[in-house]
Design a protein around this ligand. Structure first.
Ligand SMILES: Cc1cc2nc3c(=O)[nH]c(=O)nc-3n(C[C@H](O)[C@H](O)[C@H](O)COP(=O)(O)OP(=O)(O)OC[C@H]3O[C@@H](n4cnc5c(N)ncnc54)[C@H](O)[C@@H]3O)c2cc1C
Length: 483
């Protein structure tokens, strides 16, 4: 199948999947009001693959797949490949102000990374390595949208999965037969699951122990697989006019829990099977981190840029943009964007070819810096919106339509800005509130803090693997000895 457009993506979702919202089964996810905006935001990205201005950037030929694919599926081999991939991620992120964290490129590049390192899966068997590679080709060829679910439910953290009061809660293999493996149990949090095409499961964090073998499986299945249930959180999508809820009405991605009830996964969709040691090494040794963090940092740059613009415009609206303390705050914001922006460029500049597969990997240490700083920078910049907006953030009328009502002139005067009228300033404040005060905004702060795993674990990992540690220690020791 050629590169999909938005309507092809949407029609693919009418496939009999089992999605639950508010205790009710959703008949058609494409028409369900709480998902409509999110589905549209993904469809818009697929449409961009066909627009003359963006097609060349977003689509490329893939040797491995043997046809044109979305840019994220490309396995990078040159500096240009990496640059173009980053530019494509950024273009998709800008289309939604960086607010769609799990846009298709996130998992598409993860899958490309797994395929590029199929040798890792060959440690289990040649068949599993082939499964990974052929699955990548299948998803890329059909231009599918994937979600993933890594975590077990938050149970007793002092116990292994098999030691929990109910060891059947965490997703595990309960049977196997000539057709495949059978799994039951729960995984979370699968963002976009209600309106994704495929689900990839790989358990995380990589701390599995002996005794947990039946939980240590990596595989992928279509979202309409028999026995797979998707259970949604409350929607934050503020269904209403785009002018009143400029971001949440358009970009609220849904987060979900996935429940497996005797789900059959065909053998050719199994990538790791009951293999604790391989699973524990997968995150690092598949080198997925290098390629996915390249995408997530490009997205974060777009998001921080959008927040910066909101703070700047709020300052201008009050004629405060030239005051030293405001300049200082905006300067801080600009520095944060540039630091995150630099991580992708630095990673490309320091990229190295892996002789095993000829793939050009961006520098992990540079990218991890972006991942570790994002959870700090994003909330700090959202706080700048709160600081700059002050009480005006809770002064906005219920609806922009009120400007055309009998009280329109009162609101106009009450919300007038230094250089913009009340209507324009209110529109700005509505965007600001969606970012810093709405449920959507709170979810985004949580997302940036957690999407790449718990920050403490991330930092400990950075220290454990720090490539330039010996270099710095060596210099210090020489200095010490010379005293
Ligand atoms: C908006 C959002 C979207 C997400 N989307 C996805 C997705 O698409 N796919 C997906 O798979 N996941 C997704 N996640 C999950 C995300 O990866 C996790 O939230 C993250 O890894 C943290 O894990 P957790 O939620 O289990 O928190 P926990 O790890 O349970 O952390 C909770 C608290 O417990 C502490 N803690 C944890 N373990 C220990 C320990 N051993 N000792 C002491 N303290 C401990 C932590 O420091 C933290 O303070 C999403 C999360 C969010 C918030």
């Amino acid at each position: 199948m050629p590169i999909r457009n938005g309507s092809q993506y949407i029609s693919g979702l009418r496939d009999g999947r089992e999605v639950w919202y508010g205790g009710e089964k959703v008949a058609d996810v494409t028409k369900f009001p709480q998902f409509e905006a999110a589905v549209r935001s993904i469809a818009e990205l697929y449409d961009m693959q066909h627009e003359p201005d963006t097609r060349e950037l977003l689509v490329c030929h893939s040797e491995e797949v043997g046809q044109e694919v979305g840019r994220a599926f490309q396995i990078p081999r040159t500096a240009d490949d990496l640059r173009l991939k980053r530019e494509a991620y950024f273009a998709w992120a800008q289309a939604n102000c960086g607010m769609v964290g799990r846009s298709p490129d996130f998992l598409n590049v993860m899958l490309a990374a797994l395929a590029a390192k199929k040798s890792f899966f060959a440690e289990d068997s040649a068949e599993r390595a082939n499964n990974v590679f052929e699955y990548y080709r299948f998803v890329a060829r059909n231009d599918l949208f994937m979600t993933h679910a890594l975590l077990d439910p938050q149970l007793d953290k002092g116990k292994l999965r098999n030691e929990q009061s109910d060891p059947a809660i965490c997703l595990q293999v309960v049977d196997e037969n000539e057709n495949g493996i059978v799994l039951s149990g729960i995984k979370r949090i699968a963002t976009a699951a209600p309106y994704a095409d495929e689900l990839l499961v790989w358990p995380f964090p990589p701390t599995f122990q002996r005794g947990e073998e039946s939980y240590a499986n990596v595989f992928a299945i279509p979202m309409n697989t028999k026995g797979l249930k998707t259970i949604c959180r409350p929607s934050f999508s503020n269904i209403g006019t785009t002018r009143d809820f400029p971001l949440s009405s358009r970009f609220d991605e849904m987060d979900a829990t996935v429940v497996f009830e005797d789900v059959l996964v065909p053998w050719d969709r199994v990538f790791v099977y009951k293999n604790v040691s391989l699973l524990n090494r997968m995150y690092r040794d598949s080198r997925m981190r290098e390629l996915t963090a390249h995408q997530t940092n490009a997205r974060l740059e777009a998001k921080l840029g959008f927040v910066y613009a909101v703070v700047q415009r709020l300052a201008e609206a009050q004629g405060m943009e030239g005051r030293p303390e405001i300049m200082e705050m905006l300067g801080e914001a600009a520095v944060k964007i540039e630091v995150v922006r630099s991580t992708t460029r630095s990673a490309e500049y320091q990229a190295t070819i892996d002789p095993e597969n000829g793939v050009l990997y961006p520098d992990l240490a540079s990218l991890q810096a972006g991942r570790a700083l994002g959870p700090i920078y994003y909330p700090e910049m959202i706080d700048m919106i709160r600081k700059m907006g002050g009480g005006a953030l809770v002064q906005v009328p219920v609806s922009m339509d009120e400007f055309d009502s009998p009280i329109g002139s009162d609101i106009e005067k009450a919300l007038r800005g230094a250089s913009i009228n009340g209507r324009e300033k209110t529109q700005l404040l509505k965007i600001a509130w969606d970012l810093c005060g709405s449920e959507f905004g709170a979810r985004h702060e949580l997302y940036e803090k957690n999407y790449a795993g718990e920050r403490g674990a991330l930092l400990a990992g950075i220290q454990r693997e720090y490539l330039r540690k010996e270099f710095h220690l060596g210099h210090f020791d020489e200095f010490l000895e010379a005293l």
